[in-house]
Design a binder for this molecule. Structure first.
Ligand SMILES: NC(=O)c1ccc[n+]([C@@H]2O[C@H](COP(=O)([O-])OP(=O)(O)OC[C@H]3O[C@@H](n4cnc5c(N)ncnc54)[C@H](O)[C@@H]3O)[C@@H](O)[C@H]2O)c1
Length: 447
């Protein structure tokens, strides 16, 4: 099928590539000409496992094209995806300027029936606004071209995006038009062979489903962080508690890890946007507000532990930071906890030596050159002449360090484990002080 995708970010690029992999003719369009030029040369702007060879191969074989030419891209697509960003507005609600700009562009150029598919995460009612924007643009040039707007929210996870896209848990399609639904069913048929994953519904329910999913996952994380903060105070170990509750199938083990707060481009903004939507409709979403507030506080947790250990004396200290991305297997640092930690450390006069397996170029772009930041090439280089180690992102290669060597390298002999990846006893046996999240027993010993 002929597919056009607006936006070549994490969602648009992965979606376009997976659709090309299934044999469709895909044109990806972006306003960022540097990105498009790079993609045409095989340079992939993001780190996503498995993505590069798929992009390169499908591009070489002519099924996947990249362009800034919106007119030809609209002319190409019988299905036109909108997969552009919906960042938070000043008041926390979703900023729809990019989505509506694409809708305007589609209306300006559309000359044949097409299904316009909204894949961006957008507040309930946005499909109606997209529909109206396209209709207005068509009317302005006296065109009566028919089209349908469908909501098809994306559930892929960064770090697993290709896998999620090729083998989705579910394909949510919110459509008013039976014809549009059939077109999408045909497009998704190759992803749907094992069993039917399509959940068809009305447009507004589809729009809300995406927010409900992210809000639920964020709630699980904030709930566990709340429990961790209680555990720390009462002298319990949240990791024991986690195992204890996860074994209940009604709760389950997934997404109940305590840590340094959730980040990334989705949970923080989506929880906020849903809370603002509720407010616009006269409802105070108290759980969502609490989830957000608990997370904001949790992002300061590592700094509080560090500051407490050093009695607030961080001036001139050098802190090794392992992990900058908001989670492993991505280079995305949007709303990452590491950013809060670094800002607080700098504010207190400390220097940072940081390493992340994939996010170094992103860190360079965000922070630029500064005297109090050394971005180094290996985990070990971050430890050179450092006083303490903080683990912010649980990359696999941080999981089993040589603690005896760490003890020799870190002058203050202390490890702050923001993701509870270490066994406190093992760390302490090597002669290091250990701080985790919600590990009351180790806090008691470390004090
Ligand atoms: N990143 C994720 O894990 C994820 C998962 C599910 C859903 N989503 C949602 O998908 C949407 C896209 O997210 P993302 O992370 O891929 O964003 P992103 O910021 O990585 O990419 C957005 C891209 O859209 C381009 N763009 C902006 N305006 C454009 C226009 N008028 N025409 C063409 N291109 C344009 C930008 O240049 C950029 O390359 C958001 O609504 C997000 O909430 C993201």
């Amino acid at each position: 099928m002929k597919v056009t995708v607006f936006g070549t970010g994490y969602v648009g690029l992965v979606t376009g590539t997976c659709l090309a992999e299934m044999g469709n003719q895909v044109v990806c369009v972006d306003i960022d000409s540097a990105k498009v030029d790079g993609l045409n040369k095989g340079q992939i702007p993001i780190f996503e496992p498995g993505l590069t060879p798929m992009v390169v191969q499908n591009h070489q074989e002519g099924r996947l094209q990249f362009t800034t030419d919106a007119e030809s891209a609209v002319a190409h697509g019988e299905i036109i995806f909108i997969a552009v960003g919906t960042p938070p507005d000043e008041d926390g609600s979703a900023d729809l300027q990019y989505v509506l700009a694409v809708a305007g562009t589609i209306g300006r150029y559309l000359g044949h029936y097409a299904v316009v598919v909204n894949k961006s995460t957008v507040p309930v009612g946005t499909a109606d606004r997209v529909q109206a924007t396209i209709s207005d643009a068509l009317a302005r040039r006296g065109a009566g071209t028919e089209f349908d707007v469908v909501s098809n929210p994306e559930f892929l996870k960064e770090g697993d995006a290709v896998k999620d896209c090729m083998r989705p848990d579910r394909i949510v399609i919110g459509a008013k038009s039976a014809k549009a639904l059939e077109v999408l069913k045909k497009l998704y048929a190759p992803f749907n062979r094992n069993h039917d994953r399509i959940v068809a519904m009305d447009v507004r329910s589809a729009e809300l489903t995406k927010y409900a999913a992210n809000a639920m996952l964020a709630t699980k994380i904030s709930f566990m962080n709340e429990m961790a903060n209680i555990a720390e105070r009462v002298g319990a170990d949240i990791e024991m508690v986690r195992h204890g509750i996860g074994s209940d199938p009604r709760i389950g083990y997934s997404f109940i890890y305590p840590g340094a707060g959730y980040g990334g481009s989705c949970f923080p903004k989506d929880v906020q946007a849903l809370e603002r939507t509720a407010r616009q409709y006269g409802y105070e979403a108290r759980i969502l507000a609490a989830v957000e507030a608990v997370n904001d506080r949790q992002k300061d947790k590592l700094f509080e532990l560090i500051s407490r250990h050093f009695s607030g004396e961080l001036q001139g200290k050098t802190i090794a930071v392992w992990g900058l991305a908001f989670k492993p297997n991505t280079d995305d640092m949007r709303a990452a906890s590491s950013r809060n930690l670094l800002a607080s450390l700098w504010n207190a006069g400390a220097k940072v030596q940081a390493f992340d397996p994939e996010a170094m170029h992103e860190a360079e772009r965000i922070f630029g050159q500064r005297d109090d930041l050394m971005l180094v090439g290996t985990a070990n280089a971050a430890l050179q002449n450092a006083d303490a180690l903080v683990v912010v992102t649980e990359w696999k290669n941080f999981r089993s360090p040589d603690f005896t060597q760490l003890k020799q390298q870190l002058s203050a002999a202390v490890v702050f484990d923001g993701r509870n990846i270490y066994d406190p006893e093992t760390v302490e046996q090597a002669g290091l002080a250990y701080y985790g999240i919600g590990r009351g027993r180790s806090i008691v010993r470390a004090d």
